[in-house]
Design a binder for this molecule. Structure first.
Ligand SMILES: Nc1ncnc2c1ncn2[C@@H]1O[C@H](COP(=O)(O)OP(=O)(O)OP(=O)(O)O)[C@@H](O)[C@H]1O
Length: 278
């Protein structure tokens, strides 16, 4: 059994939200939302690990505990043998910068920067000299098919192109881990499939660890080497796609496959064959 890249031990996350403003502060009630409950999980180097669940099931919270953007209320997140909660702020920032890229649904690009400068941002923060960072950013833009729009601004690009910039910006620093939160969900179906193909192509070139949050089972099946299904803050089932399809642990898991063509996975004898032919 290989060593996990991430190990999550009994992770729980509670959010506290005040019951609203009150003239009598002491009477304010503080409501607790349990976003994650006793999550135990291993994520291995090189896999595309997809987290699926209904809205509010805790997917984004779980993703953000992996880089400690959201600290767990209890339990440990261990990355490459290091317990994230024990690191200083400085060490955490360095760890994120060196190892973890993030791609969001909202693209989160800088409007006032050109496409090239957006992609070069992480290198700039890391102190890479201008010429070197611009040439690396340009090379990455070419990889995602945007070599010809380097001097454009984000608002001049379509949504799909903006998300390619988001992907290039995350990848240019060559992170070993890519965290993707509903990264393709805002795109129309054709562009979304193109982005999935691009991600698989890039993954075939350099085997990173990708943790990908989605509520879309087709996307999960297309991308995931393993899939985790979340319900109300709990992990209900974690496994390879054909395992979830052929042996869903609960009716909730089965529901995710309604309307999805699963024949390819049901007939699969060897999952590796599917993975290499996607
Ligand atoms: N900052 C916060 N303060 C209070 N409650 C929060 C906060 N962030 C998330 N929650 C709550 O925690 C639970 C899990 O939220 P989370 O965003 O992780 O779920 P999700 O599965 O990613 O949902 P979605 O698909 O809608 O983004 C939800 O009940 C949500 O309302």
């Amino acid at each position: 059994m290989p060593q996990p890249l991430f190990e999550l031990r009994s992770i729980t996350k509670q959010y506290y939200s005040s019951g609203g403003k009150s003239f009598f502060p002491r009477r304010e009630k503080s409501a607790t939302v349990t976003a994650l409950q006793d999550i135990n999980l291993h994520i291995f180097a090189g896999e595309i690990f997809v987290i699926v669940g209904l809205s509010g099931s805790g997917k984004s919270t779980l993703l953000r505990t992996l880089n400690h953007l959201i600290p767990a209320s209890s339990g440990d997140v261990i990355f490459q043998g290091r317990t994230l909660a024990s690191l200083s702020d400085k060490a955490l920032i360095a760890l994120r910068r060196e190892h973890m890229g993030m791609v969001f649904q909202s693209f989160a690009l800088f409007d006032e920067r050109t496409v090239l400068d957006n992609v070069a941002f992480g290198l700039e923060v890391a102190g890479v000299p201008r010429e070197a960072r611009e040439s690396r950013a340009q090379a990455m833009l070419e990889k995602v098919g945007l070599g010809n729009v380097a001097d454009h601004y984000p608002h001049q690009l379509s949504g799909g192109m903006q998300q390619r910039v988001g992907l290039a910006r995350a990848l240019v620093v060559n992170p070993s881990v890519l965290l993707m939160d509903e990264a393709f969900s805002a795109l129309d179906p054709i562009i979304r499939r193109e982005m999935q193909s691009l991600l698989l192509m890039l993954q075939a070139e350099s085997q990173r660890t990708i943790v990908f949050v989605t509520h879309d089972m087709e996307e999960a099946l297309r991308l995931g080497s393993r899939i985790a299904i979340m319900e109300k803050g709990k992990l209900v089932q974690v496994g390879k796609p054909e395992m979830l399809i052929n042996a869903p642990a609960t009716p909730y898991v089965r529901r995710f496959f309604s309307g999805v063509d699963v024949s390819r996975w049901q007939m699969a004898e060897n999952y590796a064959d599917i993975w290499t032919t996607r």
